[in-house]
Design a protein around this ligand. Structure first.
Ligand code: FES
Length: 167
């Protein structure tokens, strides 16, 4: 059960979110293709697009929730859940794919599943796939919090997660 203070903070946060979305809508109101730009601005501001933020956007613009979610789900870039503390981006560009990127991704999923089963830590990590990151000579590559790791094999994944958990 939430305390009065927690509830107060939550309501304050909702007001801040609404105010910022109203500003974003005003900023982009007259621009062509503004829905995508407004969604980008919301995600940049809050890290993801919550249902509440999407609802506020619908209310302020008159755009239906169905249309907003059509755009959000079409583009991989948009998130509907809060980002993890650490980002793991597996490159699925051609060179990396041919050198085993799918196996790295599968192993990361497996390791995160082990963390979840062991009682936590998995939600600190955001697992994503990206296209060529320009380091094909290091294929297969994974970017961990903006640091590129190359020539990896599935056996390296546990250590990468372990190091980040300690960070
Ligand atoms: S394909 Fe992965 S870095 Fe180019």
């Amino acid at each position: 059960m939430q305390t009065q203070t927690e509830l107060g903070k939550l309501l304050e946060w909702v007001e801040i979110m609404r105010g910022r979305i109203r500003e974003i809508v005003r900023e982009w109101a007259d621009q062509e293709g503004n829905l995508i730009m407004m969604l980008h601005a919301i995600q940049n501001e809050f890290g993801y697009i919550s249902r509440g933020a999407a609802g506020e956007l619908a209310k302020e613009t008159g755009i239906s929730m169905a249309r907003i979610y059509e755009v959000i789900t079409f583009y991989h870039y948009f998130r509907v859940t809060p980002p993890g503390k650490h980002t793991l981006q597996v490159c699925m560009g051609t060179a990396c794919y041919l050198k085993g990127a799918a196996a790295l991704h599968k192993e990361l999923e497996r390791q995160l599943g082990i963390l979840a089963a062991a009682g936590g830590g998995h939600d600190e990590f955001q697992l994503e796939t990206v296209r060529c990151i320009g380091c094909c000579g290091m294929a297969p590559a994974v970017v961990v919090d903006a640091e590129t790791h190359g020539r990896l094999c599935p056996g390296d994944m546990a250590q990468i997660l372990h190091q980040k958990q300690k960070a």
